[in-house]
Design a protein around this ligand. Structure first.
Ligand SMILES: O=C(O)[C@H]1O[C@H](OP(=O)(O)OP(=O)(O)OC[C@H]2O[C@@H](n3ccc(=O)[nH]c3=O)[C@H](O)[C@@H]2O)[C@H](O)[C@@H](O)[C@H]1O
Length: 426
């Protein structure tokens, strides 16, 4: 008779293990379920286990519900829906990214004023004083526009917005702006202008219905192009800054989403936009501040002391171009992430068509401010600037219809607003 357990099993290792395990299980099974009362206890235990698992699941669900309250919650969803509601027949429902930015604020207000639904999203980053962005947010809220504090890289948040509202359009203005800052913080351009854009497009392509997208490209894509005025068909493969390169990349990226998923895309190449509620990093703003404070200003010059020139464009013209683009965008054709037919892909210059040299800009500021500027002329550092910009807007005039270029006399309105901001220490 075998005296030990081991002697019961053959010596083949694989088999040994299996048999040994099954034997052990058998013995455990025998021990545990030896009597019906123990079986009854086991049944009770299993029921309790199932019940606690189910209640844990509901805890997890309510937890994720609670978590999404930071994205949403019932109150939040209500605010989003109310803000997105249209108040005119044939109105559109627009998600405006970068809504607390300069252009975003003006476009949001204009849409709301004509009865469209608007929901804004902005990450309130500190590229420039966020208190200016908060002040713009307050202005928008006064007009019953709800602004979500969030980043376009947040896939969950964007998806939730599209789950809450079937946006017909996206006006994509969130971006890392500024040409020269790209040398200081290159990653921020990749984060917003590339990764953020792709994230937004990923959400839009899966949305049902897919929205039509209008977004801000830039005059900087013309880079070192020397054909003037700049036309949409001109070459754009010589960017002078990382900013320009990310905007150019955006044009290519949006093209692929148009091609693969049937998203309607309109890219707008803005030319140095100025006006009330403008950006403090831009020359007309920083020059105004310095002139008023008696500080010198640095005026860049090109090679051989050639003046730099910009096709400075007034914000109201840009707003008209944005609204005209939204109105003519046509529908995206895809659904469920699949293309169902060709959709519009367009690019337009939005510029003033009459460049002004930077020294002349300073003259105009001096006239309005009635203060003489202390000018330091410096050769343009090789940090992303281009010598001049000049828009040909024939295409925008023809296809957007509403395009009427204003003259530079709108400077006064801008300056009054800048003064208010400067005195408010923004
Ligand atoms: O159209 C665009 O795509 C871009 O427009 C804007 O860029 P820019 O045209 O560079 O505007 P802005 O900074 O106002 O400089 C104006 C002029 O002043 C010169 N400039 C500037 C600063 C300074 O200290 N001295 C100076 O001479 C400077 O050399 C330039 O000649 C947006 O910021 C950018 O986000 C993008 O949208």
């Amino acid at each position: 008779m075998p005296s030990t357990e081991d002697e019961l099993f053959p010596s083949t290792p694989g088999k040994f293990k299996i048999d040994r395990q099954s034997n052990m299980l058998n013995r455990q099974f025998n021990r545990c379920f030896a009597s019906t009362s123990t079986m009854f206890l086991w049944a009770l235990f299993l029921i309790a286990l199932t019940a606690s698992y189910l209640s844990f699941q509901s805890f997890v669900d309510s937890g994720s519900r609670y978590f999404s309250a930071s994205l949403g919650g019932i109150q939040w969803e209500k605010q989003v829906r109310n803000s997105a509601e249209t108040h005119r027949s044939g109105g559109i429902s627009v998600l405006v990214t970068g809504a607390a930015g300069f252009v975003g604020t003006h476009v949001s207000l204009a849409l709301k004023k004509r009865g469209d639904g608007v929901v804004g999203i902005d990450n309130f980053n500190n590229y420039y004083d966020p208190s200016l962005k908060k002040a713009r947010k307050q202005l928008l809220e006064n007009h019953k526009i709800f602004i979500v504090d969030g980043d376009i890289n947040d896939f969950k948040l964007l998806s939730k917005l599209f789950d809450t509202v079937a946006f017909t359009h996206v006006m994509h203005l969130a971006a890392q702006a500024g040409v020269r800052y790209a040398m200081e913080n290159p990653q921020s351009y990749v984060h917003s202008n590339i990764a953020g854009l792709v994230n937004l497009l990923e959400v839009c392509k899966s949305a049902n219905p897919q929205p039509a997208i209008v977004w801000a490209s830039s005059s900087s894509v013309y880079g070192l192009n020397t054909d003037v005025p700049f036309s949409e068909s001109d070459r754009t493969d010589q960017p002078a800054s990382l900013y320009a390169a990310t905007k150019k990349a955006g044009e290519e990226i949006t093209h692929t989403y148009n091609h693969i998923y049937g998203l309607s895309i309109t890219g707008l190449r803005f030319f140095t936009v100025y006006g009330p509620w403008g950006r403090p990093d831009m020359a007309y703003f920083s020059f105004t501040r310095n002139i008023l404070q008696g500080k010198p200003i640095t005026v860049y010059r090109g090679k051989n002391r050639v003046d730099l020139a910009r096709d400075f464009t007034y914000i109201d013209d840009i707003v008209k171009g944005c609204l005209g683009s939204l109105d003519t965008a046509g529908k995206s054709t895809g659904s469920g992430g699949k293309k169902r037919g060709p959709a519009l892909y367009r690019i337009f210059n939005l510029g003033n068509t009459s460049p002004v040299t930077v020294p002349n800009l300073v003259n105009i500021l001096e006239r309005h401010l009635k203060v003489k500027a202390k000018r330091n002329y410096v050769e343009m550092p090789g940090n992303g600037d281009v010598p001049f910009t000049h828009a040909n807007i024939t295409l925008a005039r023809k296809e957007l219809g509403c395009w009427v270029t204003q003259l530079y006399n709108s400077t006064n309105a801008s300056i009054q607003s800048l003064l208010a901001l400067i005195y408010a220490k923004i």
